[in-house]
Structure formats: C-alpha cells, structure tokens
Design a protein around this ligand. Structure first.
Ligand SMILES: Cc1cc2nc3c(=O)[nH]c(=O)nc-3n(C[C@H](O)[C@H](O)[C@H](O)COP(=O)(O)OP(=O)(O)OC[C@H]3O[C@@H](n4cnc5c(N)ncnc54)[C@H](O)[C@@H]3O)c2cc1C
Length: 384
C-alpha cells in the first residue's frame, strides 16, 4: 500500500502544491488515503499487524524526530511516516556515497560552476525587505556588513527566519526528541545470537527496544518528564553500505562507523541539567544495546589521539546550541502533509514577504536531505 502511495505522491513533491482534494485523487486509493491521511496511524498498524515487534518496527518511521504516539489525533505521526515511506517513489533509504561531506562538496561545485559566490563564517543578524528589494545584515570575525538582494532564500528554521525579520514566529517549533550517538568502532561487536553475523545484523536498521508496547511506554515516561527506563533506539552502520566513508587504511583494518538514533528523548529532559542528563541518557540507551551483544560496545570503540573512546552523544539542546536548530527539532518544525491550503503559497516555500522564501527543511515538503525545498524555492523565484 505504501509503495503504491509512494509512486503516486513522490512525483508531486517537485511540482506546485496540489490541493488536498487533488492529492486524494492522485493517490486514488480510498483505503490508503484513510489509513495515512485521515486516521491516526495506530489504527492502520493495529488492523494490519498483530505482532508487537512488527507493529513497533513499522511505527518507528512515524516517530523519527517526532515526539508523539500511534494514536495522536494531530496526525503528526502520520506525516512523519509518510515522508519516511515515499522517498524516491519507493520509500528506499539511501546513503550518500562518500558521506554527507561528499554531498555538500557536490553542491559547492555546482554552485561555483554557476558563478555563485560562497561566503562561510557569516552569521546573518537580520533580514529587511519591502517585498521587492532586501538587505541582509551579517557578522563575521572581521566585523559587520550588509548585502543587498532581490530575493532572499533562507534555509534556517522558520522560527529563526521570523526572528531575523524582526517578527514573532507563527508558532514555536515543537521540541526535538532524539538522542544522537556517533561512534567509531575498531570492529563490529559480536551478537549474543551467534546465528547472526555482525555484518548482516548491522547492514540495515538495527532496532533496539522498539516493539509497539515498548515505544508507547517510553513515550509515556518521557511525556511525564522522565528518562525512558528502556530507551528505544535504532542503529545504522553506514560504513558497511559505503566503506569509502572511512579512509582506506581504517576500512582495511575493519573499523566501522555506527550511528544511533534514540527516540523519545525530548529537549525538556535535558534542560538545566548541565550535561548530567546527557550522560544518564547515553548510559540508559547503551544498556539495551549491550544486552543484545556478546561483548560490551565500549570494548569495540576506537580510541582517539588522546586515548579517549570515539563516541559522542548529542541531545536536542546540543543541536540547538551547535546548529541553531530551534528546540533541537531535526525537521525545523512539524512536518506538513504535502498539499496546499490557505496561506501555503503555490510552492510551499512562500513567506509573508514576496521576495523572502524558505529553501530548507521548514518548507512544506521539506524536513530531510532531499533538495526538494531548494528546488521549489528556485521555481518560485523563476516565477513558475
Ligand atoms: C540527528 C539528525 C539526524 C537526521 N537524520 C536524517 C536522515 O537520516 N535522513 C534525512 O533525510 N534527514 C535527516 N535529518 C534531517 C536533515 O539533516 C535536515 O532536514 C537537513 O539537514 C535540513 O537541511 P537545511 O539546509 O534545510 O537546514 P540545516 O541543515 O539545519 O541548515 C541550516 C543552517 O543554517 C545555519 N544558520 C542558522 N542560523 C543562522 C544565521 N543566523 N546565520 C547564518 N547561518 C545560520 C545553521 O548553522 C545551519 O548550518 C537528520 C537531522 C538530524 C539533526
């Protein structure tokens, strides 16, 4: 069902926004429309799957970066699920060859080839516009300056753009809710289940404490302001998919990257704790992983030049401080269904100002490494 929806919805993402009724006609599947666009996802999951583990694995796509539960009437879980299952028209997840740096290098090359001038280390302080001409005030280590522009395309979060424009954000972004843990390993850990080779176990998504009931219990605990007693998480080993992420020497020695995405870790759990809650959350998250392993993950970690283990944990508050993500929300704001309505504009990138456009995750149909908001902002500028 989701594959059919993916095939039909994905091509619409780089066109002008369809209306809700138009998208329903494009989906052309009453059952799928009701399951994904109208009723809380939990209803569809429970009517189709009976096993607690299978239900949970399906639900995780609805909870990435989204602090919610299966029966949330706001349907934010449905929107998160939808974007996770329609990518490329198949729902398949991809890893950029060479890592994310290769993607930004390719963007840089394309921009330079098109005669763009790229200025890094420029913090934007404010954006002023009269709808036709705009001014962007910035600060660098050498001082402040102003750039004049016909149009401003902003990939900061909508709440940040509102602040730069001197406006109140329409609604504050919901808090981020993930603990991200990045690791470099000397070797993949052996599993307690000897029947599964580590390379196979970590080749896809490795789910930990993510059954349907465990996800629900963790959400309830976190919503009450407590660290989940059994934090759900999932792990990806990108270097198994693309060994070029590591240098040839490390790859040859059997090193691997592991990245863990922990769910139900809202920003509120970390406020005012001065890093203590981060350490507690990290310990609590690694415990159920270690329970699946024959050797603790700590024994497999590589050591850096100072002899310290190569592991870093990032809370929503860390992402807010390091990257300016409001509340540490990885999608910049709640994801939207991919259709238009009152005030959404033609492309889903428009703001109250004709020449100021969103070109990042906060646009309608944004929220991931897709390039879609950038494409759509360009179309809007070109007057399509
Ligand atoms: C932990 C985590 C895991 C994720 N996993 C995935 C995934 O597996 N797949 C996927 O598709 N997406 C994933 N995402 C989401 C994806 O990373 C984002 O959707 C994407 O990076 C958004 O790109 P963007 O260019 O819109 O915004 P950002 O990447 O947030 O870039 C905005 C930039 O603006 C800068 N900025 C902010 N304020 C100012 C200012 N005043 N002046 C100048 N610069 C400023 C910030 O420093 C930042 O560099 C993940 C995100 C996180 C945080």
């Amino acid at each position: 069902m989701t594959r059919r929806v993916a095939r039909r919805v994905f091509p619409t993402l780089t066109g002008p926004l369809p209306s809700r009724a138009e998208l329903e006609r494009i989906v052309d599947d009453k059952e799928a429309w009701e399951a994904l666009f109208e009723h809380p996802l939990g209803t569809a999951i429970e009517s189709r799957f009976s096993h607690d583990l299978v239900r949970g694995v399906v639900l995780t796509d609805a909870l990435i970066g989204t602090f919610t539960h299966a029966h949330d009437q706001s349907l934010r879980q449905n929107r998160c699920f939808l974007y996770h299952v329609i990518g490329n028209g198949t729902g398949e997840w991809n890893v950029p060859l060479g890592g994310m740096g290769a993607l930004t290098d390719a963007l840089t090359d394309a921009a330079l080839a098109a005669c763009a001038e790229i200025l890094v280390g420029h913090e934007v302080l404010s954006v002023a516009t009269d709808g036709t001409a705009a001014e962007v005030r910035y600060r660098t280590v050498r001082g402040e300056g102003v750039l004049a522009a016909g149009s401003v395309l902003a990939n900061v979060a909508p709440a940040t753009l509102a602040r730069l424009l001197g406006e109140e954000p329409e609604q504050p972004a919901p808090e981020g809710a993930q603990l991200k843990v990045n690791m470099l390993l000397r070797r993949l850990p052996r599993l307690r289940d000897r029947a599964v080779a580590p390379r196979n176990a970590f080749a896809g998504t490795f789910h930990i404490a993510e059954s349907y009931s465990q996800l629900d219990a963790a959400y309830r605990e976190a919503a009450e302001g407590r660290l989940p007693s059994l934090p759900p998480s999932e792990i990806y080993c990108h270097s198994l998919t693309d060994p070029s992420i590591l240098g040839p020497e490390l790859a040859e020695r059997g090193y691997h990257t592991l990245t863990l995405f922990g769910l139900h870790m809202p920003a509120r759990l970390f406020e005012g704790t001065d890093g203590v809650a981060r350490e507690e959350a990290l310990r609590a998250t690694m415990a159920p992983l270690d329970a699946c392993l024959e050797e603790p993950i700590a024994d497999c970690l590589a050591l850096d030049a100072d002899g310290l283990p190569c592991i870093e944990a990032r809370t929503p508050l860390d992402l807010e401080a390091d990257l300016g993500l409001p509340g540490g929300n990885i999608f910049h704001r709640d994801l939207s269904f991919p259709y238009g309505g009152e005030g959404t504009g033609r492309w889903g990138v428009e703001t109250a100002h004709r020449n100021v456009l969103l070109c990042g995750a906060g646009a309608i149909r944004g929220g991931g490494v897709s390039g879609i908001p950038g494409h759509n902002a360009a179309m809007a500028v070109l007057g399509h």
